[in-house]
Design a protein around this ligand. Sequence first.
Ligand SMILES: [Zn+2]
Length: 154
Amino acid sequence: MWDVPGGMKLILSQKHFRQILAHARAEAPNEACGLLAGRDGYVTHILPATNVADNPLVGYLMDPQDQLDHFQAIEEQGLEMLGIYHSHPVSPAYPSPTDLSMAYYPEAVYAIVSLMQSDSPVMRAFRLIDNRISEVAFSVMPSGASASCSPLAC
Ligand SMILES: [Zn+2]
């Protein structure tokens, strides 16, 4: 189901990065979560899910129905599942012990956006396999018409 080439890169457009940020900000102080779909490591669709964790302030659990609907939509549109994103409203963009213990998909890229510094949000991506964390190359593409540098590089 998961198909990131080599499993080691994730590329977002400005538009999709802003979509994830908007979702994260709308859910704060709770964590926001969802799926990333696209092709060849390029994200073309952000699929937000409801966070049904017992304590959404410090963790996330995608609503199973949302997840099923998203999996189906991705398949119907001939897209690839690229990863899972979630937000850390008040902590760094790094997997928490809970994230590690709940990383059920070794093939997935886990993208984390941190709102800790609200005026300069940080996003990073990881593979989480057997309790080990490895960072995945992640970048935000400059969008044609707007500013020519990514929010991560400026
Ligand atoms: Zn987390």
